[in-house]
Structure formats: structure tokens, C-alpha cells
Design a protein around this ligand. Structure first.
Ligand SMILES: [Zn+2]
Length: 451
């Protein structure tokens, strides 16, 4: 900060000197009339543009994370690429076990024995399906969500705490599956040729409802939310919200440190439920500049209606996915239907095959899915910079996220695997923003960048 002040003072002093000296030279030392300075011309002359090298500043920030820390976050994130493939293969193997051992057909038969209603046979099948697949995928879940997170020092949970959360998430997942799968089969029976169009509408509507109610009904199942005690930063966050048209009158903090040290926040809700929440980690680990930068980003998602953007984008992908799944299932059923004892697409015993095809398509669509979310995230980054005017806070917050996200991927790597802009992109955006605003007083006198 001091360095910038000195630099500013020197520039102003030099410009005044430059303005005054030609007049003195012309007039000569002896006559020495006081030079007449046009006051309205002064600001222009007194503040010549300060140069700020965005590229150099970006490199200086990136160099702060090096050695072991850099290796660790690169390896954690790159391991995630393989897990995408492993998860898909695992899901296909589980589906194959259910189908080829005719366990799926057996579960359908049980449902048929319990009720003759084709509608109610589906949820009875789904309960069995979710229990069996949760047990079969449990080893992979334990490795990915517990063992691996601990190996990289990213989890604060004991096994029992993790397992408790896993149980809650699985129970919520079961309720979701019961509703969605039952409706999908009702649609398949009603409109066997175009079910995939109507199923897309139902699923998108369901996701929309869930996004809206999750902060009020689902998130509190895992974390405790409480109003942030009054403080200057809370008032600054509320001021930022008011300035950007966000109808929130309180800021909440939740105990994300129960699970990990990750920093995050969100602005969520709809009509009366608009809520600004931040993790206790953000409160503890971040500077006021970083907090404002992160909250500015989250407010951007809200103001720019990104939930709608994401619903439309993913809705289109789901439509294509269901259409191709219908096509894929029918072909698989022709070949294997007899072995699986699966009669037609309206037979719930074929659900594992539908899931397997949809999961493989989901893997192939990874770059598209990530590009949709990354686009929204990039927009929110720029909104956050404009709203909070904290380019350095945003840059250091991006460095803090580097504990679990590779900082400098290649361009294709970022395109395929990144659901958020990489640390390098974010810091570069922030430094370009800073370079373009370097002559604004709050930026000129802001924190010293690491040049
Ligand atoms: Zn975001």
C-alpha cells in the first residue's frame, strides 16, 4: 500500500513539475511571474496513466503456489479425470451384474407379487434397486469421498461422521429416485415413442424445484446455518447486495468445516427465500477483500439468473441424452432382452440398462456439461470483479481454491475437465480488470500486487 502511495505522489509531483517548468523557462528566472494554471485542466495533467502489467502480475501470483503444494493439487485434480472414467465403468459393471444375473428381473417379479398396479410396481422396484446399487458402489464411494480426501488432507471428518452424511445423502437420493423414476415409467407407458421429450420436461422441472428448495430444506440436513454476527464485513456484504438489487436482509454462516476446509459461499433462493450464505471457512481463512470478491461472484450468479441458464443448457443435454438412451436401450434389448428377462422399455427391470446408457452418454458429454457451467462461472467472475472492485482479493481467493483445483491446465484440459475457470484464467481476468481500472483511485491505492 505504501509503495503505491509513494508512486502516486511521485507521479503527481512530476506532472506538476512538468506543467510548471516550461512556463518558468519561457518567462526566465528574473521576471518570475507566477505561472497561471488552468484549474479545470489540472486533473488530466496531474494523473497521467499509470502502467500496470497484467501478464507480469498474473505470473507473480501464480508463482506463489509452487513445489509440493503445486504438485499435490495437480495430482489431486488430475486423479479426478481418471475417476470420471472409473465411475462410469463401475456403473456399467454394476448394471451388467444386475441384468445378467437377472437380479433386476427378480426384483421386478417381487414388485409384481406385492401389487398388480403397474404404477406402484415401479417405486417398489426402485427401493430394491437403490439399496442394491448403493451397497455395490459403497467401496468406490468410501475410496473417493473418504480415503482419497484424507490422503490429500482435504477432509475433516471421521469415518462415522462421513458415513452419517453419506446416509443422509443416500436417503435424499432414494426419495428423488422414487419420484423421478416412477414418473418416467408412467410417461413411457403413456407415450412409448416420445416419452424422452416428456421425461426431460419432468426432470428439468424437478431439478428446478430442488434448486429452489434445497437451501431451505436440504442443505440444513448436512450443515447448521446461523446468522453472521454483526460486523463491518457483514454490513459491507449487505451493502453490496443492495447495490446489486438482491433482496436479502441477512447473511448466514454455515459450518462447512464439519466436512472440509474448502471456502465457498452462495446466494440462493427465490422470491421470499433469497439467502446469502457463506462457509465458516471463508470467514476464518479469507481477508475482507477476498470475502467481498467471492460474494460478488455469487451475487453475479443470482443477478444474471444463472439457475435458469443452467436449467436450459442442461435441459437440452438431458433431452439429447434421453433420446439417445431410448435408441440405445431398444438396440440392447433386442440382443440381450432374453438373457436379462427384460421384455420392453416399459419394463422397470430394464432400468439398469437405461442408467448404464445414460451414464456413458454423460461421460461423453463431459466437455459440453463443463463448458455450460464454466461459461456461467466466467460471467459471475467478471460480474464479481465489477461489483466488488477487489481484483487482488479475487486473485488470492483463486489461489486458495488451488488446494483442490489444478492452477495451470492446458487449454484443452481446461475445456474438457474444468467446470470453473482455472486459477490462471481467473487471476488473469482479475489482473486485466485491474490494468483497465488502474487509474481509478480505489484501485490505484488498493493492495499492492506482487509485481
Ligand atoms: Zn460460481
Amino acid at each position: 500500500m505504501v509503495r503505491v502511495f509513494i508512486a502516486c505522489a511521485m507521479v503527481i509531483a512530476l506532472s506538476i513539475f512538468a506543467t510548471v517548468s516550461p512556463a518558468s523557462a519561457q518567462a526566465g528566472p528574473s521576471s518570475a511571474p507566477l505561472p497561471h494554471v488552468e484549474t479545470h485542466a489540472l486533473p488530466e495533467v496531474a494523473s497521467p496513466p499509470v502502467h500496470f502489467d497484467a501478464e507480469k502480475a498474473t505470473r507473480a501470483y501464480l508463482a506463489r503456489v509452487s513445489g509440493k503444494a503445486r504438485e499435490r493439487s495437480d495430482s489431486y485434480f488430475e486423479g479426478g479425470y481418471w475417476l470420471l472414467l472409473v465411475d462410469t465403468l463401475y456403473a456399467v459393471v454394476v448394471a451388467a451384474i444386475l441384468l445378467f444375473t437377472r437380479l433386476s428381473a427378480w426384483m421386478r417379479n417381487r414388485a409384481q407379487k406385492i401389487t398388480r398396479s403397474r404404477f406402484w410396481q415401479v417405486p417398489i422396484y426402485v427401493v430394491q434397486y437403490v439399496i442394491v446399487t448403493t451397497i455395490l458402489t459403497l467401496p468406490l464411494s468410501i475410496y473417493e469421498e473418504f480415503i482419497r480426501e484424507h490422503a490429500y488432507g482435504l477432509s475433516n471428518q471421521t469415518f462415522l461422521q462421513w458415513f452419517g452424511d453419506f446416509g443422509i445423502v443416500s436417503a435424499v437420493g432414494l426419495v428423488q429416485m422414487l419420484i423421478v423414476v416412477t414418473l418416467i415409467y408412467a410417461l413411457i407407458r403413456a407415450t412409448p415413442k416420445s416419452w424422452w421429450v416428456w421425461a426431460t420436461v419432468v426432470v428439468v422441472f424437478f431439478i428446478g424445484v430442488q434448486i429452489t428448495i434445497a437451501p431451505v430444506f436440504l442443505f440444513p440436513l448436512l450443515n447448521h446455518y446461523k446468522p453472521l454476527p454483526d460486523s463491518p464485513i457483514k454490513q459491507q456484504i449487505l451493502s453490496l447486495a443492495r447495490a446489486n438489487g438482491i433482496p436479502a436482509d441477512n447473511v448466514y454462516e454455515f459450518d462447512a468445516s464439519r466436512q472440509s476446509n474448502r471456502i465457498s459461499a452462495n446466494v440462493s433462493g427465490f422470491l421470499g427465500t433469497t439467502q446469502i450464505s457463506m462457509t465458516d471457512n471463508l470467514m476464518k481463512q479469507a481477508t475482507p477483500g477476498e470475502i467481498k470478491a467471492v460474494l460478488g461472484h455469487e451475487m453475479g450468479h443470482y443477478v444474471m439468473n444463472h439457475q435458469v441458464f443452467l436449467l436450459v443448457g442442461f435441459g437440452l443435454l438431458i433431452l439429447i441424452g434421453f433420446g439417445l438412451t431410448d435408441w440405445g436401450f431398444r438396440r440392447l434389448a433386442v440382443v440381450f432382452g432374453g438373457v436379462w428377462d427384460v421384455r420392453s422399455i416399459d419394463d422397470p427391470a430394464g432400468w439398469p440398462a437405461i442408467m448404464a446408457v445414460f451414464t456413458v452418454l454423460g461421460l461423453l458429454g463431459t466437455p459440453l456439461e463443463n463448458t455450460i457451467t464454466r461459461t456461467a462461472e466466467h460471467e459471475a467472475d467478471i460480474f464479481g470483479l465489477n461489483a466488488s472492485r477487489q481484483p487482488d482479493g479475487f486473485a488470492t481467493a483463486a489461489l486458495k481454491l488451488a488446494t483442490y483445483r489444478k492452477l495451470e491446465p492446458g487449454p484443452w484440459e481446461e475445456f474438457i475437465f474444468y467446470d470453473h475457470p482455472s486459477g490462471r484464467t481467473r487471476i488473469h481476468d482479475a489482473m486485466v480488470w485491474k490494468a483497465e481500472h488502474i487509474n481509478d483511485c480505489d484501485i490505484k491505492n488498493g493492495p499492492v500486487s506482487p509485481q
